[in-house]
Design a protein. Sequence first.
Lengths: 528, 199
Amino acid sequence: MAVIDTAPETVAAASEAPLGERVEPTGFAAVLGTGDHKVIGRLYVGTALVLGAVVAALGLLFSFEGIATDSVSIFANDTVVQFWTLMRLGGVFLVAFPLTIGVAMIVVPLQVGARAIAFPRAAAASYWAFLVGAGLFVASYAINGGPGGGRTEGVNLWIASFGLIVVAILLAAVCLATTVFALRPTGLTMDRVPLYAWSVAVAAVMWILTLPVLIGMLALMYVDFNHAGTSFGDNTVMFGQLDWVLRNPQIYVVAVPVLGFAADVLATTAKARIAPRAVAQGAIGAFAIFGFGAFLAGASAHDHEAWVVILLALIAVVPVLAIVGLAGDLFRRGSFALNPAVVSAVAALLILLLTTAAGALGALMTSDTYGTIYDLGVSNGAVLASLIASLGGITWWATKVGRQQAAKGPALIAPLALLVGAAAVVLPDLISGLAGDGQELYASWEGGIEGLNIIVVIGMVLVILGLLASLAAYLPLLRTPDEPADADPWEGQSLEWLAPSPPPFTNFDEELPVVTSAEPLVDLREEK
Amino acid sequence: MASDAALALPPAPEPMRPRVLLVGTYLAAGGAFMAIMGLVGLYLSARSHALAAGTAWLPDGGQIPLTPSNLAFGTMLLSAITVTWAVDAVGKNDRAMAYLALGMTLLFGLSVVNLTVFLYKVSGIGVDTPMGLLFYVVTGAHLVMMIAGMVYVLAMTLRVLAGDYRGPNDREGVVAAAVFWYATVAAHAVIWLAIYITK
């Protein structure tokens, strides 16, 4: 019997025993000393949104400079590399990862019927490590550190803080994956795990298998920078050593939960069981596997022309298409209702489809597109798809994340603005890259084709508007409603909708039913 | 009739605790192993490029003597046996054998740390060359993994000493520590072959 197979039959002991013994902390202890996955998740979400504002502002400034590089010079030649790397790495490691982790940390234990996240102290430690790491990461740039920085202490701080951020992400990944693998209730076998939780688990496993390679490289850079400076630690090429985490296929691992979120939301909204479910799980798992890009650590442009890299990029489109196909089938068989989360799910799927299709095309034309702004387009696409899905997730699970439903108007506008904005940010970069215009990183930032860069500016403005609309939509989450929010506002399918809204410290007030299918709440309704 | 049948059934087994620690350890060990493998991959790639360019890989005056590296690998293999012995002993609730096996595992771990440090002393390889840089970072990263594994084994030893883990269904922590240790041994095997043997 496999290790993870024991959980459904045995978890009851662990998940039921502490019910009466655990006391919910209050005051500062409820935040600073908490092991409650919901509080930790909210902290992650809040921090990612604040950092997202910084990164979005930088993106807007870069796109402005791209409109007319001759007359507009926002970034000086000696600092452009630092700001550029802050924007690129920040988008992935300060926004996309923590936002995904935050939503997952709130939702996944509820979805799998766990009373708590696995290793709650480690989950809390991951957040505080992330917070400290992110603060030092930004501070390292402020003291002239980071790739291209002129101050030794700043560069050292940048490497150390970046490593701390990655360690924090890995810690969170271990907690999330373990929760799914080992803390499921009776009957919730792996093939019945909700698709969002499944997608988070497989994504977390891929993070655990790939991001340690990044830590190894950072260690290498640190030693080299302080001793030899032969190749890895050369400050001017430091970013180039790490850019494999920002390219396809590796960048796709941050977007894996997009597929699970879309499948869960669309199936629930359509009021239909997703079928064949194994295809959906397989597609999500395959997309995660195709995102394994750690073998390209330290690779050259020539290595990216290897058949295996091209093949991975080509077949990465297939799982996304499979989920799109299953979503279409759901709407053919089920009903359709327009709600903000559906718009988010469709928007995130479309952007991910565009991204993977662009990644496939780029792989076929590596000699033309490698190192150009084309790579930026693909990377931004994956990050924005992840962002749309995570923000949509907060809207969908609003009563579990906060105290009541999100405001419907802004919540509807947000994904639409993000969809159009993301397309406007990504497409011009792809076209510029194909036209051979615009190196990805250059001392005098040129962006892509100047005329197209106006569209990028519009896109960035729309993305920022989408973020602001999301924040406006989330305001009600902070207010206590007059009447308790509905535990199951969407007629949900999975166990999180059995938890009260907002969920108590131990997540569920009552004993969970024995799960007999992938949609236990549908079964309960059918029994009635 | 039905109640008679129920009375005839043996009592239900005690529910097992979910193997959270074991699953988490598998994941953590996998991550640590991948970090080492990534670095070994960079070492092999850099060596391959250097040799293809016709430059010497091992710096002048540098050497990787086989005696301490082979001894270290042999000791690691022995430690894999002793940690398995510890798991078995805890499963049989044989406390004396468990203490002995866990203690020997820690002792073997310390020996490998000592051998690696000795290797550093006699190798004469500076960190200011590509080979030296990768050599120290790869083996240094493995030392960190090994020390983490030893801390894990030590923590479980203390728990066994405190009376925890007393049978085949109650030894998760020791099994988890053993899993991490196996990953450490496996990583050392790759380093031994890729760096110490083929250099």
